[in-house]
Design a protein around this ligand. Structure first.
Ligand code: GLN
Length: 310
């Protein structure tokens, strides 16, 4: 796919970046995690990586940030590789229509979270990795570094500790799922893994390059090494499409039209199968916990480049 010939991505990204940079940011920092409230809200970066090997970034695209819930895609992928389709006995694949940290659906559904991207689902996936891996934190980090070809990717102990200190809601969620029988390990250990997972730091360039394998039927671009099977890759994209933005997943499909995943650090990564992966970072969030400018940028990007899956 020589899409570079069809679309001048560089010019489109540059122009929209300039426009969106100047709009009033109506979002708020994720102040419920104290360390995230200290981030300079003026940061704004974009990076695109295409299947025909072009890479282009603007603004703060090389500055690391807390990828937060974007990491839930990576933990799901690792657990999916280990358990195969048995994983869907522990977590469902339906959009929740509720906030990312909601507790309300769990009781009626016997502790089976609606999907792996809400916090409840990501806690169950963390529990699976804890049961399956001998050194969960180290092995998960090695897995991420390997897919990304980036040996320096790391957790932030500062962010993890900051979230842990005030993580009342996640602590409640984890204990609640444990009481319903869908957490097998000690909640304290599951939460420690989960907070570290969310504290992973990457920049837009690393994110867009890492996620490009989901545009390539599950194979890493650099050497065509299969990270996932084609069917598994299709399913991860489907989950990002339907559940990647919590109770704003419909809106993201409506406005942007790509599978993607957001995090409360202000990052969004989105994938166009067979074409490209793009990452945006702007820390202020809308009411649903998704980057305000990130959504604006991606909406304009898929509209002007005519590169949405719809
Ligand atoms: N660590 C965050 C939390 O559990 C992740 C939420 C997010 O990025 N949506 O609240």
């Amino acid at each position: 796919h020589l899409i570079q010939e069809e679309v001048n991505f560089k010019a489109v990204v540059q122009n929209i970046y300039k426009d969106v940079k100047d709009i009033e940011d109506k979002g708020e920092l994720a102040s419920y995690i104290p360390e995230l409230a200290r981030i300079d809200s003026k940061n704004f970066g974009v990076h695109i990586s295409t299947m025909d090997h072009s890479n282009f970034g603007v603004g703060n695209c090389y500055d690391k940030f807390s990828i937060q819930s974007i990491a839930k895609v990576l933990s799901l992928i690792m657990a999916y590789k280990i358990l195969g389709k048995k994983i869907w006995e522990r977590v469902d694949v339906e959009p929740s229509g509720n906030a990312f940290n909601s507790l309300v659906q769990l009781e009626a559904e016997n502790g089976i979270p609606r999907n792996p991207f809400i916090n409840a689902g990501a806690l169950v996936i963390s529990d699976i990795l804890l049961s399956e891996l001998e050194h969960p934190k180290e092995e998960f980090l090695a897995f991420v570094r390997d897919i990304a070809n980036q040996p320096e990717i790391d957790y932030s102990s500062k962010i993890a500790a900051s979230e842990k200190k005030v993580g009342y809601r996640n602590i409640a969620l984890c204990n609640y799922i444990k009481s319903l029988g869908n957490i097998k390990n000690e909640p304290e250990d599951v939460l420690d893994f989960y907070f570290n997972l969310c504290s992973l730091e990457m920049n837009c360039m690393e994110l867009s390059q890492l996620f490009l394998f989901l545009a390539n039927n599950g194979c890493r671009i650099s050497d065509q090494h299969p990270i996932l099977t084609e069917q598994q890759s299709k399913r991860i994209n489907a989950l990002m499409q339907t559940c990647g933005f919590y109770d704003e997943s419909g809106e993201f499909a409506f406005r942007v039209g790509l599978p993607g995943k957001s995090g409360v650090g202000g990052g969004i990564v989105a994938v166009h199968p067979d074409r490209y992966a793009i990452a945006v970072w702007s820390p202020k969030l809308n009411k649903k916990g998704n980057s305000y400018k990130g959504m604006k940028f991606l909406e304009a990007f898929t509209t002007e480049s005519k590169q949405s899956i719809f």
